[in-house]
Ligand binder design. Structure first.
Ligand code: C5P
Length: 398
């Protein structure tokens, strides 16, 4: 997916150990379709040679204000011309010193001058020792940056190059790429609180076995990411899946349908939109065994009890949020999905044929609402999720 196609990004690199990770970031930005112009501080260029970035981006790298006018820059003034028509300036790593300079409007090298002269958004990914990050001076400067409309990405916590452990690690290149892609999404669900369920449920038979299904959670997680990208506050109640949690999403892990129901109902007071993606088991063992069931009998009879329908219960509440259901069918999609929409009294159902979606990375869905059926072009799950979210936002806005 070339999500940054047609966008030019100025990648600023300042003097921190994490500069080596910026090489990976430059490559990811290019792979996502962006044209990448790298600007390094003198200190940044001591950590990684400009030639590395020139080779990775296929474009000249800029370091000094005092270089001869670059033919590659239209007006010959890099500090002005580089940001004109750029989609964003992204500084990763951003040192404490660089953040201090930008907070106070200093312009004493090419990168800080360019940040002051820019006419596009600025994003910074801080990278520094935890004491430097926690210092009141840095906290003041970061607050000033935020107040000035600068997006601050991270930092993460963990082991640092200096051997200490704490907040100040630069986000990983793929996290910075995802944050940049999210930054460009129109904030059509700003202020809305979305609750999702995702993945399968696991209904215990005994301490080691259970009833479950092959839902991967990928569609639910793609929707969680797509909602967070457009400004929603997102909580995902997840059955057993091992996928990484998308940035900005609060995750609640559960096992069984009953646990999922409890977690969902607890979130009701702070939910505007409920998207029920989970493949909830329809039945659970009536009496799970306390100890492992032993072999040796010719037959084993399981008594199953029907699970509550979480979505139907939520949709029937007097304070029901805007509810979106999923219908995974093996045949007669339109009939079953529209039937489910009416039976559970849902404004919107996302229907798909099991062969098109379950477990895979792509999906082909049709949206069913009161206006009829709206087929969504087959695509990867994140693209499909973004289309579903646009449809939800339009319905919620009406
Ligand atoms: O009726 P069916 O199970 O096919 O409906 C699917 C929709 O209902 C999905 O959105 C699913 O998440 C939700 N569901 C639920 N609780 C159940 C069964 C299904 O929330 N016990």
């Amino acid at each position: 997916m070339l999500e940054l196609q047609g966008k030019r990004v100025v990648l600023g690199i300042t003097g921190g150990v994490a500069a080596y990770k910026a090489a990976g970031l430059a490559r990811l930005l290019g792979k996502a379709g962006a044209a990448v112009d790298v600007v390094m501080t003198e200190a940044g260029a001591r950590f990684v040679a400009p030639l590395t970035f020139q080779a990775l981006t296929g474009r000249p790298v800029f370091v000094s204000l005092w270089d001869a006018p670059q033919e590659s820059v239209a007006g010959g003034m890099a500090h002005i011309d580089l940001t004109r028509d750029a989609a964003a300036v992204l500084v990763a790593p951003a040192t404490a010193n660089f953040i201090a300079k930008v907070a106070h409007g200093f312009a004493d090298d090419l990168l800080s001058t360019l940040c002051l002269a820019r006419d596009c958004p600025l994003l910074v990914a801080p990278a520094m020792n935890r004491q430097m990050w926690e210092h009141p001076a840095t906290a003041r400067n970061v607050a000033q940056l935020r107040a000035d409309g600068v997006a601050v990405l991270g930092p993460a916590s963990g082991e640092q190059a200096c051997g200490e452990v704490g907040a100040g690690r630069m986000l990983e290149p793929f996290e910075i790429l995802d944050a940049l892609i999210a930054f460009f999404q129109p904030k059509i669900l700003a202020g809305k609180r979305v609750l999702l369920t995702a993945g399968p449920t696991f209904e215990a038979l005994d301490p080691v076995r259970g009833l479950t299904n092959s839902s991967s959670g990928k569609m639910g997680f793609a929707l969680a990411r797509a909602c967070a990208e457009v400004g929603a506050g997102v909580t995902a109640v997840c059955g057993p899946v091992s996928l990484p949690t998308p940035a900005g999403v609060t995750r609640i892990d559960v096992q069984s349908a009953l646990e999922m129901r409890d977690a969902v109902l607890a979130q009701m007071p702070q939910t505007d939109i409920f998207i029920s993606v989970a493949a909830v088991a329809d039945f659970r063992p009536a009496a799970p065994a306390a100890h492992k069931i032993k072999k040796g009998t010719k037959t084993l009879t399981l008594e199953l009890l029907a699970n509550p329908d979480i979505l139907a219960e939520v949709a029937a509440r007097a304070d029901a949020p805007f509810c979106v259901g999923f219908a995974a069918e093996s045949q007669n999609l339109a009939e079953y999905a529209e039937g489910k929409r009416r039976a559970k009294k849902l404004p919107l159902v996302v229907g798909n044929l099991v062969k098109d979606g379950l477990g895979g990375d792509a999906n082909a869905v049709t949206l069913f609402d009161a206006a009829g059926a709206h087929p969504v072009p087959p695509a990867d799950k994140l693209t499909v999720a973004r289309t579903i979210v646009r449809h939800i936002a339009e319905m919620v806005r009406r």
